[in-house]
Design a protein around this ligand. Structure first.
Ligand code: HEM
Length: 177
C-alpha cells in the first residue's frame, strides 16, 4: 500500500552539487557573525547578529535563508530583525538570477554573478505589498576572504534615499564550530 504521508525523498546538500554551482561551492553551509548598519533616515546606527545558510539539492540553484537580530553594546540580543528567503539560479559563466523575499512585504528579482569568491547581486525589480516600506533598489555582495570568513555588504535605495550603504557584516562558518 502507498504511504499516505511520505517524507520528502531528496535531501538538500546532496553529495554531488550540480556543476553550475562551481562558482558558489565555497558558500554552501551555515555562516554566523556580527555586523553594523545605518541609514540616513535613522537616528543612529545599530549593531546586529546574522545567520545565513546556503543549501542545494543537486539542482543548479541555491536556497539562501538569512535571519538577523539587533544587538546591544555588549553584543547581546535585543530583538529579532530582518529575515529573508531566496533562490539563486546559477547560469553558465557564473551569472546568477535571484529571487528574494522578506516578511516586510518586499520581493526582489536580482541579477549578478559569482566569480573569484565574490557574489554581487543587484535588484532588477522590487515588488512591494501595499504596506511595505518603499524600497527602490538593493545590492548585496558576499566576499570570501583570504582568512575563510564571508564578508557581507548590503546597499539600499529606499524611502526617497539614493542607493547607499545599509549593512556590513563579517560571518564565519557555523558548521565548522
Ligand atoms: C541583516 C539584515 C538587516 C538588518 C539587521 C536591518 C536593520 C534595520 C533597522 C534596525 C532599521 C531601522 C528600523 C527598525 O528598527 O526596524 C532598518 C530600516 C530599514 N531597512 Fe533594514 N535591515 C536589514 C535588511 C534590510 C533589507 C534586506 C532591506 C530591503 C531590501 C532593508 C530595508 C530597510 C528599510 C526600507 C528600512 C526603513 C528605513 C526608514 O523607513 O527610514 N533592510 N533596517
Amino acid at each position: 500500500m502507498t504511504d499516505p504521508a511520505p517524507s520528502y525523498p531528496y535531501a538538500d546538500a546532496s553529495p554531488e552539487p550540480h556543476p553550475l554551482l562551481a562558482p558558489v561551492l565555497g558558500l554552501i553551509g551555515t555562516w554566523r557573525g556580527r555586523g553594523a548598519g545605518e541609514y540616513p533616515t535613522l537616528e543612529s546606527g545599530f549593531t546586529y547578529g546574522q545567520e545565513v545558510t546556503f543549501s542545494h539539492d543537486g539542482r543548479p540553484f541555491l536556497q539562501v535563508t538569512a535571519r538577523a537580530w539587533i544587538t546591544d553594546g555588549e553584543g547581546g540580543p535585543v530583538r529579532p530583525a530582518a529575515r529573508e528567503s531566496g533562490w539563486w539560479r546559477l547560469q553558465p559563466d557564473g551569472r546568477i538570477e535571484a529571487l528574494i523575499t522578506q516578511p516586510t512585504g518586499i520581493a526582489e528579482v536580482a541579477v549578478g554573478y559569482a566569480a573569484d569568491g565574490v557574489v554581487d547581486l543587484t535588484a532588477q525589480h522590487v515588488a512591494l505589498t501595499p504596506t511595505a516600506k518603499h524600497v527602490e533598489a538593493t545590492r548585496r555582495r558576499y566576499t570570501l576572504t583570504d582568512s575563510g570568513a564571508l564578508a557581507f555588504a548590503h546597499d539600499l535605495a529606499a524611502v526617497g534615499q539614493p542607493l547607499q550603504h545599509h549593512l556590513s557584516a563579517l560571518l564565519h562558518r557555523a558548521d565548522a564550530e
